[in-house]
Design a protein around this ligand. Structure first.
Ligand SMILES: [Zn+2]
Length: 135
């Protein structure tokens, strides 16, 4: 399966992940159809933001309203791993089980950021191929 992201959105995702170090950053990508056209960073209010993320509910409410008004959809839930690996962690797998959502991890463990995407089919997480579209 494929996940389509506009180039500028992909670059911004990497940029905010780097800026967030040492903490995890988190948020959503949204778009019409199945192309991720917009990035929404939400505040991470976890007590241990170096290793976990929790959305600020106020931000979540605001972005949900914004998306509803625009008529677009949430397509991807993303977060970064400043020191963690490129895959979903054990806790991620426990918590991120919405079948309609796709998930992105930006791993910053190496000098070059690594971006991976998954979807959950009800039984397991399947890797997605990321296609970067120009616009
Ligand atoms: Zn994680």
């Amino acid at each position: 399966m494929e996940l389509k992201i506009i180039g500028s959105v992909y670059e911004k995702l990497i940029e905010i992940s780097r800026e967030g170090i040492p903490n995890e950053i988190c948020g959503y990508l949204s778009g019409a159809d199945d192309v991720c056209e917009e990035l929404h960073q939400l505040e991470n209010i976890s007590d241990t933001p170096e290793v976990f993320f929790n959305f600020n509910p106020k931000d979540q409410f605001a972005v949900t309203k914004e998306i509803r008004e625009k008529g677009t959809k949430f397509l991807v839930c993303f977060h970064s791993h400043p020191i963690g690996g490129e895959s979903l962690s054990k806790d991620d797998k426990k918590l991120l089980i919405d079948k309609s959502m796709k998930y992105i991890i930006v791993s910053l463990r190496l000098s070059v950021p690594v971006v991976n995407a998954w979807s959950f089919d009800g039984e397991e997480y399947k890797p997605l191929t990321i296609s970067i579209l120009e616009k």
